[in-house]
Design a protein around this ligand. Structure first.
Ligand code: TRP
Length: 475
């Protein structure tokens, strides 16, 4: 059956009559992005987020700087790009939410479990991600009310520690952020967020460049750069490799179905190979720029690069309140950081909402409401794990740490592994080739290399990572 027709019938079946109009809009929305730039902006909007500007710098800081960067770049190339491509292919072919995509491409088989696992990962990711996104809202508020000015480094540190360990404020900001996310998912993404990200991502880029210029002009800036670009391989161990692979998956938004969902909006004639490569390059560029922005400042102001998750929140305010125009730059930075986070949280929530609304036959409105409430409950526990619940530890991690570690280092790589196995071995070489070449109307020069990576390199690398994590092998 024609797939569009199938979608249409599918939606009409479950939608109450009075709501038809809304759902007609929804069907149109599902159809496709408006242009190649629209695809890149939306997918890069998902990929570029706190993962680049908050998480990457602190992981690099903890794991040997340049050494981490090198492993990270290899992971992006060897694992990230083939895995992203696999997701886009699945999505565009099936034109549906990830769960249904596996069901329709492999009927009566267990592959749909990958889709379910992705929903679980989405919950964990949104829970801890909105904690940090909430912090960015607090810092918009503080910057706007000139709360950074005239404070010493110690004051700013104390301020941050006091804020995240309190019980009410961070939770309220988190709920507000979740509300914003839900609001946009509810109101339609492409006209709002696709358009917004086309404008805001370039602005984010400009602000990052300005901050880099300022950061590089600080005393001792070169120390920070050499930390970031000179690889200290004495810090290198299997753990660093695991973290780098997890971060590559996290940063590219792969392993849980986000790119399957976005792939389902991509038209048949678009070149998926170049899409995956362009999105990955843009995302990686932003991570590197974030490092170049942050590490010189870290060293200039006597911080340690292994500060952990609060690196960005403690270090950048110090720079802002010292630099000329800092009020403006600080405010702009946190606004744009929130927006980068928002274009990412939307892409995660969208996966859950699409799944719930289509599979449980409820309206998009209800699906958004229920899933946001459920996720918020998880989220509040994450936020409180910096305060009242900081004593609650599981495997030596706080709730926040557990969610972050489990999703990024276990669920996403596992999801990515199953996805490449599915496409590489279940659907097979000629299927992939056909998709990369758009059924013959295009010639993808890297097709054979990519297929080789999808079938062998990615599964091998990810399997080794898991055997290591389970303690089955020692590296
Ligand atoms: N990639 C985003 C970031 O780096 C976060 C994100 C959005 C994500 N969608 C995802 C992570 C899907 C994993 C899976 O901030």
């Amino acid at each position: 059956m024609n797939q569009n027709l199938h979608d249409t019938i599918f939606f009409y079946k479950f939608v109450p009559l009075h709501n038809n109009q809304k759902h007609e809009i929804m069907i149109q929305e599902r159809e496709s992005f408006s242009s190649k730039f629209g695809i890149i902006a939306a997918a890069a909007g998902s990929a570029i987020g706190l993962g680049n500007i908050w998480r990457f710098p602190y992981l690099a800081g903890e794991n040997g700087g340049g050494a981490f960067l090198i492993v990270y770049l290899i992971a992006i190339l060897a694992i990230g790009i083939p895995a992203m491509l696999s997701e886009l292919i699945i999505g565009r072919k099936a034109r549906s939410n990830p769960y249904r995509a596996f069901k329709s491409l492999a009927p009566k088989q267990a592959w749909f479990i990958i889709g379910i696992m992705g929903i679980g990962a989405a919950f964990l990711i949104l829970a801890f991600y909105t904690t940090v996104a909430g912090w960015t809202l607090e810092y918009i508020f503080v910057s706007a009310s000139n709360g950074l000015a005239g404070k010493s480094t110690t004051d700013l540190n104390t301020m941050f520690d006091g804020f995240i360990s309190s019980d009410i404020r961070p939770v309220l900001w988190q709920l507000l952020f979740m509300f914003l996310t839900a609001f946009i998912v509810l109101g339609g993404i492409q006209k709002g967020i696709e358009k917004a990200s086309k404008i805001l991502m370039p602005v984010l880029f400009v602000i990052v460049i300005l901050l880099i210029i300022r950061s590089l002009s600080l005393p001792n800036a070169s120390k920070g750069l050499s930390f970031f670009f000179n690889a200290d391989f004495s810090k290198m161990n299997a753990d660093v490799i695991v973290q780098a692979i997890g971060q590559a998956a996290f940063s590219l938004s792969i392993g849980m179905g986000t790119m399957i969902t976005y792939g389902s909006y991509i038209k048949k004639h678009e070149n998926l190979t170049s899409t995956a490569i362009q999105v990955s390059i843009t995302d990686t560029l932003f991570a590197i720029l974030a490092g170049v922005m942050i590490f010189p400042a870290v060293f200039a102001y006597g911080f340690q690069p292994n500060e952990g998750p609060d690196l960005v929140f403690k270090v950048l305010p110090v720079i802002f309140q010292q630099m000329s125009g800092g009020y403006f730059f600080g405010l702009a930075f946190f606004i744009l950081l929130s927006i980068a986070a928002l274009t990412s949280t939307i892409s995660v929530l969208e996966v859950v909402v699409a799944y719930f609304s289509e599979e449980f036959k409820i309206t998009r409105k209800k699906a958004t409401l229920y899933s946001s409430i459920l996720i918020s409950i998880f989220g509040v526990f994450c936020t409180l794990s910096f305060g009242s619940l900081s004593d609650v530890t599981i495997f030596n991690l706080t709730i926040f740490g557990l969610f972050e570690y489990t999703s990024a280092n276990i669920l996403l790589p596992l999801g990515a592994l199953f996805i490449v196995l599915f496409i590489g071995w279940k659907l097979g070489k000629s299927f992939i080739k056909n998709q990369l070449n758009n059924e013959g109307s295009l010639k993808s020069p890297f097709a054979n290399t990519l297929i080789f990576m999808i079938k062998f390199i990615v599964p091998l690398a990810l399997t080794v990572v898991f055997m290591y994590q389970l303690g089955l092998i020692k590296l």
